[in-house]
Design a protein around this ligand. Structure first.
Ligand SMILES: [Zn+2]
Length: 492
């Protein structure tokens, strides 16, 4: 017998089998039971989330021969049901709009629709990728959709709802199919593996569930690929061969490298990710998603249900999440999103990605000019600030050190309490400042403010006139200062 791919073999047969779209299945079932069947449905959602399966099940429910009328539980055995499941029923016409875009195709559909169904109750038209129709075709469809013959039902499916004219949408009942959660996909995969009598490590199921990005079909294709590899027992090694370089593992190493200020390793991780097939934009997106996961774990704690993670993976991420504070994650995500947009517009995006990795890894070495100014003489700036409250803690500085040298003291971000030193400014709170220091909003909420008082624009302007500051600004191009570089030349 010819091999049947899993996605076809295990296509859902009734409303109860559809994974992850319970609300839609219930609504449709109720509509059938109450006899409130609409003449047009629009199913939207990304690929592989069950739109076509749901359309076929609805068609089966409408036409099942075992029942006197439309039924919420089609038999899946009668001729109508089995033909619909194969996509070869006379009265259930599946049209791929991607290859039948023209007005003539729809005119033909309209003239055929006028005839009564051959042997079933309804003539059902399932139009897949309906957004691909030409505007002429949409207009032709609109007329039929408005007042179809009694015996005609339309089920339109699309991945790009915004391309479907509002006039069409308003004549249909719209159902938005959700991406399927990794947990739901995992459960379905496990049940299929059981039925196929294949054993698999839990990590295999988890990796495939997550790699599928919410698409059941993608998950099953991946599983097919793993099974074609020839193993009846799927292990972590099998998946490593077929799906090399779990991207999450690479991102995990990248975050570790950044936490350890190891720019070289960070660059290697970026390279590994891009070589494995990730586009720079996709890399940014997945890094943002990863940083978000860590941020939520850092803020909401390891038990948070805002993210879906398996036990062991959760433990590992919770441990990693403590590498940075919340502010650092906010900074990281902001920087990555900015990079993502620049990457999208750039013809040579690789250097941007490399630069951002280095920047994150060496963030500790960079210091904001206004911070440097403040450190030159915090007493002066503090007294100039009216808002400085008495409770603000001013930390005494060792007299023997130059301010810049002090800034050079490297301090691990996480180990020290925030108020222990002037030098420690969380990475996230150092904005990239433009040439015009004075333009910085003076009231920007920054942790530095709590310690030495915020600096007014006037104070900054005044400070930036001082010879030492001028030299620092010139050296740094007026943006970020590399404190190591400054330290070598300025200290006199
Ligand atoms: Zn049937």
């Amino acid at each position: 017998m010819a091999y049947e791919v899993l996605a076809r073999k295990y296509r859902s047969r009734d409303f109860g089998e559809i994974v992850g779209q319970g609300a839609i299945a219930t609504t449709l079932k109720n509509a059938i039971e109450m006899g409130r069947i609409h003449h047009g449905y629009l199913f939207t959602g990304t690929r592989g989330v069950g739109k076509t399966s749901m359309a076929r099940i609805l068609a089966k429910a409408l036409n099942c021969h075992k029942s006197d009328g439309p039924t919420a539980s089609p038999c899946s055995e009668c001729e109508s049901c089995s033909r619909i499941a194969e996509g070869s029923d006379l009265d259930v016409v599946e049209i791929d709009a991607a290859s039948n875009t023209g007005v003539d195709n729809i005119r033909e559909l309209r003239s055929n629709a006028a005839f009564r169904p051959a042997r079933s109750r309804f003539k059902v038209y399932i139009i897949d990728e309906v957004h691909m129709l030409s505007s002429g075709a949409f207009n032709a469809l609109l007329k039929t959709l408005e007042e179809p013959p009694e015996h005609v039902k339309f089920i339109l499916a699309t991945t790009e709802t915004h391309k479907v004219p509002a006039t069409i949408q308003s004549r249909c009942q719209r159902f938005d199919f959700r991406s399927i959660s990794p947990a739901d996909i995992g459960e379905q995969l496990q049940s299929i593996l059981d039925r196929e009598e294949i054993t698999a490590d839990p990590i295999v199921v988890r990796r495939v569930s997550r790699a599928a990005n919410g698409s059941m079909r993608d998950a099953l294709s991946l599983l097919d690929q793993l099974l074609a590899y020839g193993a009846s027992n799927l292990t972590a090694e099998t998946i490593e061969d077929v799906l090399p370089g779990g991207h999450d593992e690479t991102l995990s190493s990248l975050v570790d490298a950044i936490a350890q200020h190891d720019a070289a390793t960070a660059l290697e991780c970026v390279d590994r990710s891009l070589v494995s097939g990730y586009t720079p934009e996709r890399f940014c997106e997945s890094f943002i998603e990863y940083a978000r996961t860590l941020m939520i774990l850092a803020i909401c704690g390891g038990e948070s249900e805002l993210i879906d993670l398996a036990g062991s993976q959760r433990e590992q991420l919770v441990a990693q999440a403590s590498s940075f504070d919340a502010a650092s994650y906010v900074y990281m995500i902001g920087l990555l999103e900015e990079t993502r947009r620049r990457v999208k517009a750039s013809s040579a995006p690789r250097p941007l990605i490399d630069a951002v990795a280095v920047r994150l890894a060496l963030a500790e070495s960079f210091i904001d000019v206004s911070d440097a100014i403040e450190k030159l003489d915090p007493g002066e700036t503090a007294t100039q600030t009216k808002q400085a409250t008495p409770s603000k803690k001013k930390v005494a500085k060792p007299e023997t050190k130059s301010p810049i040298q002090e800034a050079n003291v490297s301090s691990p971000r996480r180990s020290k309490p925030v108020t222990s030193t002037v030098v420690e400014t969380p990475v996230a709170e150092r904005p990239v400042i433009d040439e015009e220091v004075a333009e910085l909003p003076p009231t920007k909420p920054r942790k530095v403010d709590r310690r030495v008082g915020s600096v007014s624009a006037e104070a900054k302007r005044k400070m930036s006139q001082r010879p030492l500051v001028r030299r620092v600004l010139e050296q740094s191009g007026g943006t970020l200062i590399d404190v190591h570089k400054v330290d070598a030349t300025v200290e006199e």
